[in-house]
Design a protein around this ligand. Structure first.
Ligand SMILES: [Zn+2]
Length: 256
């Protein structure tokens, strides 16, 4: 544990606080820079000392200072997740261009996952620029993903989910895979290359089946209610980002 790691964690907390603004405002098509944050219930402005990541949430016991409406646990949760991932990326890559780029990718995945959880949409405003930045990243030799791999990742990832969605619709007559999911997997393909996609799809499908199944059973709504798939794709991408090499090695050892 170095000073740098602590700093990366704190930086992640602060960025997580900004991601909360994005998660709240982007689906409502509001500006993410103006106006300053206010309580969505009573409209009271949030002072800087009530806007300190995690700490303010605890100090306010999870309620608005003015109207005492409970603040969603999502706020500190997003901040802590972003902080931890920032620290983990820093431990792996140090203060480098790699860290900056992959933190950007990670932040996009976090925002998408939580927006999809809440609104069941994946904003093009994040996934489409995400595809372009991912492709640009592949041109850095240290990215480790050749531009052609990234490009095939975009077409392959998007194309695969598009076909799955179309087939699902043909068979069941219901929409199974939204266009947002298609663009999200295209974005993940741009950042991680096409070779990572089978593993990411496998991790997403497994975690989606387990977690989604449990939450459906708990809510008693049955299989008719749609589970957002974006959070599981984001989870799969993050698992592969940190453990991809181990997973691939393990997989090939299984095959022998
Ligand atoms: Zn309030």
């Amino acid at each position: 544990m170095t000073v740098g790691t602590v700093f990366a964690f704190l930086f992640g907390l602060a960025l997580g606080s900004f991601l909360n603004v994005c998660i709240y405002r982007i689906p409502l098509k509001k500006s993410i820079v103006r106006p300053p944050s206010s309580c969505p219930t009573c409209g009271a402005g949030i002072r800087f000392y009530d806007n300190i990541p995690v700490i303010s949430y605890i100090a306010l016991l999870g309620r608005c200072r003015h109207c005492h409406t409970p603040i969603s646990i999502r706020y500190p949760l997003v901040e802590i997740i972003t902080g931890l991932l920032s620290a983990a990326l820093f431990l792996r890559f140090g203060l480098s261009l790699h860290y900056v780029f992959l933190f950007l990718f990670t932040a996009a995945l976090i925002a998408i996952a939580f927006i999809d959880l809440q609104h069941k949409i994946i904003p093009d405003g994040i996934s489409l620029p995400g595809i372009l930045v991912g492709l640009a990243f592949s041109f850095f030799p240290s990215a480790g993903i050749p531009p052609l791999d990234a490009l095939i990742g975009v077409v392959g990832g998007g194309g695969f989910l598009f076909l799955v969605g179309t087939a699902f619709e043909k068979v069941t007559g219901r929409e199974g895979m939204g266009g947002g999911d298609v663009k999200l997997l295209a974005m993940i393909g741009a950042w991680m290359g096409w070779k990572a996609l089978p593993f990411i799809i496998l991790i997403s499908a497994l975690s989606g089946a387990v977690i989604g199944g449990v939450s459906l059973a708990a809510s008693g709504q049955g299989v008719r209610s749609r589970i957002p798939f974006g959070p599981f794709l984001a989870l799969g991408a993050l698992v592969f980002l940190f453990f991809g090499e181990d997973i691939v090695l393990w997989f090939y050892r299984l095959g022998r």
